[in-house]
Design a binder for this molecule. Structure first.
Ligand SMILES: *Cc1c(COP(=O)(O)O)cnc(C)c1O
Length: 399
């Protein structure tokens, strides 16, 4: 079957695709329709956080499928209630609203922040976000996404948005001197913006400013959550307490699921009828969410992940040291790595395809940044294999 030409004929091309069709996922690997196997360091863009076909995920999937697939929000949904409880118990005091995706989580946050400011802070307006942020592609979320090639000239909803530089608490302070924003929303590691980690001290300063000014602090953990950076949520490294946490991607164990955790200031603002969705939370997704949490919250699992994170970063430094002309930097946090290269976009795509030929799947973001989002289940031997083949590919590549 010529999947490529069928795809070009029948599917709107909003993604530049790699030239492989996937037949199967097995553990930390993907198998294509020609039987070639790839070490998956992309994990469906941080979704398959436990790799593919994880036995606990599959068992849970079958058990829940035998019960019910969909019921509607007019009923109590036990798997979702249990998941909400566990998300809260492992983050902030609060309540959960579930969605099907990350963008919908951002949309819900925009409405919730609006409710809060109308009720409690009518003199405030606007949400502060970071330059190069990504919070989703629906029109509301797009307004908070500060990447010109993403927001383009699409129509923008009229609420106020302020943009500040990531890492500059002074800019946020200055903004608060002249304007009266209602909320700050930031990714603890900017993902598609180029894998830019925010320092713990910066996050602490931002939290302090929000506290002093009486502004809501929202953290977008859609990509960084579920243990990806070595803590359940990445903001927890900084020891801060946000008012709002967005989650999605890895939480559904491969099925669509997202949502927000609203802290005490926000958790009782939505009343029946204020917001809703037909599908979310899918009982199937919620059951898988519980299965993901069973694994990532296990202390020995997370200790092992942190050991592998230390190992990965130790090995990555050799990549930078051995190729200083090609590799600008290795940055990120935990199992979220960005490697900006000194090369044109086409050359970086070529390197990505060379790695694919060597059975290693990596992502590229912002055209020239190799991005790794390995499964938390990756082994040290697989890290070694990646480092070896990436090193060879860099050596044999003219930037
Ligand atoms: C992926 C992502 C989103 C959007 O999630 P979708 O499920 O694609 O709508 C929002 N914020 C961050 C940080 C993301 O990485």
């Amino acid at each position: 079957m010529d999947w490529r030409s069928l795809d070009e004929t029948y599917v709107i091309s909003t993604y530049k695709r790699l030239p492989i069709a996937i037949a199967k996922g097995e553990g930390n690997y993907l198998v294509d329709t020609n039987g070639k196997t790839y070490l998956d360091l992309f994990t469906g863009l941080a979704v398959n956080i436990l790799g593919h076909s994880h036995p606990h995920i599959l068992r849970t999937l079958h058990e829940q499928a035998d019960q019910f697939l969909h019921i509607s929000n007019i009923f109590l949904n036990p798997p979702a209630i249990r998941l909400a409880q566990r998300l809260v118990e492992n983050s902030i005091q609060g309540k959960v609203f579930f969605t099907n995706s990350g963008a919908e989580a951002t949309e819900a946050a925009i409405k919730l922040i609006h409710k809060w400011l109308v009720k409690h802070q009518p003199e405030r307006e606007g949400i502060v976000v970071l330059k190069s942020s990504f919070h989703g592609r629906t029109l509301g979320a797009l307004r908070l996404t500060r990447q010109a090639h993403v927001y383009q000239d699409f129509p923008a909803p009229s609420f106020t948005v302020y943009e500040v530089e990531a890492g500059s608490a002074e800019q946020l302070r200055e903004l608060c001197r002249t304007k009266k924003p209602a909320a700050v929303l930031m990714e603890p590691v900017l993902g598609s913006g180029g894998v830019i980690p925010l320092s713990e001290s910066y996050l602490q300063e931002v939290a302090a400013i929000c506290q002093q000014e009486g502004i809501l602090l929202g953290i977008d953990e859609i990509q960084t959550g579920m243990g990806r950076t070595g803590r359940f949520f990445a903001y927890q490294h900084a020891g801060i307490t946000p008012d709002l946490i967005l989650f999605a991607k890895g939480v559904g164990g491969g099925l669509p699921l997202g949502g927000l955790i609203a802290g005490p200031k926000l958790m009782d603002l939505f009343q029946p009828g204020d917001h809703g969705t037909t599908f979310a939370p899918s009982p199937l997704s919620a059951a898988l969410g519980n299965a993901v949490l069973d694994v990532v919250l296990d202390e020995s699992f997370s200790a092992e992940v942190n050991e592998k994170i230390a190992y990965l970063w130790q090995q990555l430094s050799s990549i930078r040291d051995n190729h200083p002309d090609k590799v600008q930097q290795v940055r990120g946090k935990g199992m979220m790595v960005g490697i900006p290269l000194n090369a044109a976009a086409e050359k970086v795509s070529e390197l990505q395809r060379n790695l694919l030929a060597e059975e290693i799947l990596v992502d590229v973001t912002q055209k020239t940044i190799v991005r790794l989002l390995p499964p938390l289940t990756i082994s040290k031997a697989e890290i070694d294999r990646f480092i070896e083949r990436f090193g060879q590919a860099l050596a044999g590549w003219e930037a």
